[in-house]
Design a binder for this molecule. Sequence first.
Ligand code: FAQ
Length: 334
Amino acid sequence: MYAQMVKTDAARVRSLDEMEPHERAFQERVDAGQKIEPKEWMPEGYRKTLVRQISQHAHSEIVGQLPEGNWISRAPTLERKAILLAKVQDEAGHGLYLYCAAETLGISRDQMYEQLHSGKAKYSSIFNYPTLTWADIGAIGWLVDGAAIMNQVPLQRCSYGPYARAMVRICKEESFHQRQGFDALARMVKGTPAQKAMVQDALNRWWWPSLMMFGPSDDASVHSAQSMAWKIKQNSNDELRQKFVDQTVPQAKYLGLTVPDPDLKWNEEKGGHDFGEPDWEEFFNVIAGNGPCNAERLDARKKAWSDGAWFRDGLTAHAEKAADRRAAAKIAAE
Ligand code: FAQ
């Protein structure tokens, strides 16, 4: 039912023969692996898809600070606090690179914020779940950053230059994020039985939402076919989900944890794991705004925006005065 619901407006990917000459030339450049740069001609659909994906990605980084920021003041040691503080700051940086990349496509930062605050723009479903214990912070690094890297490494080869270049630096930082999460959990599972149980509980709660980060299954993904033809996406949602499961299951075993999926088993023939279906009803509910923390996350972002109004006004007034002074100096010099 949900597959049909989402797929209804899926666009058919047109063949080269069906394209106008300038569109065909664009597609041939993309097919040849050339990067598209901001001032170059691009189909309107390509521009819109990038604005949608990059701005949603930027919003995810910014909203993604909230579940972890919640634990900075409660980190168990000074070292863990410093690491978490740095990680949360990194996420802010990622959001800024991505907003800049989206701005090159003709949308302003204010427009993007407006779309986030009005609920028009999405951000990753994962950040609508609560962080209940310290083990959740480790699980976010291990699983959420792990899934983000799986999705983002191929984005470094995206056909749109500014997005691809932003992803290079982001991926470097994300790999540290993933390792610090795994390291925190590896320490906890060697602790008391209560600490180990806390880690297992975090895995139980974060496993399925992490699999949902890759988006709906391929047969329900509206945008994948066209985005892959434009080489914005290099892999389908299901391909990346499979890779993530295959990478993560041995790590869970190493930690002595049980992945909460009764259908999980190694399939020798395909050289990968078989695994159960995420609860897609839950996924579509969360992205429709009805997850456990959607309202709280949006309220926090809206509050940050209104609390910062005086600062934006100050910056604008300063920039206007500086421009007036420069203009006056120019006139005086003539
Ligand atoms: N959450 O046709 P598709 C991070 C929407 S960064 C919410 O398959 P597409 C770092 C989708 O937008 C995490 N919505 O779409 C960090 C579309 O709706 P629309 C963010 C989702 O675009 C770590 C509809 O469903 N990463 O975690 C989700 O081809 C720790 C149909 O879906 C990125 O954004 C979802 N999970 O594929 C930060 C990576 N999945 O727009 C802090 C870039 C799908 O038509 C702490 N984005 N939807 O209204 C992508 O790679 C793609 O956009 C996908 C979705 C793969 C997310």
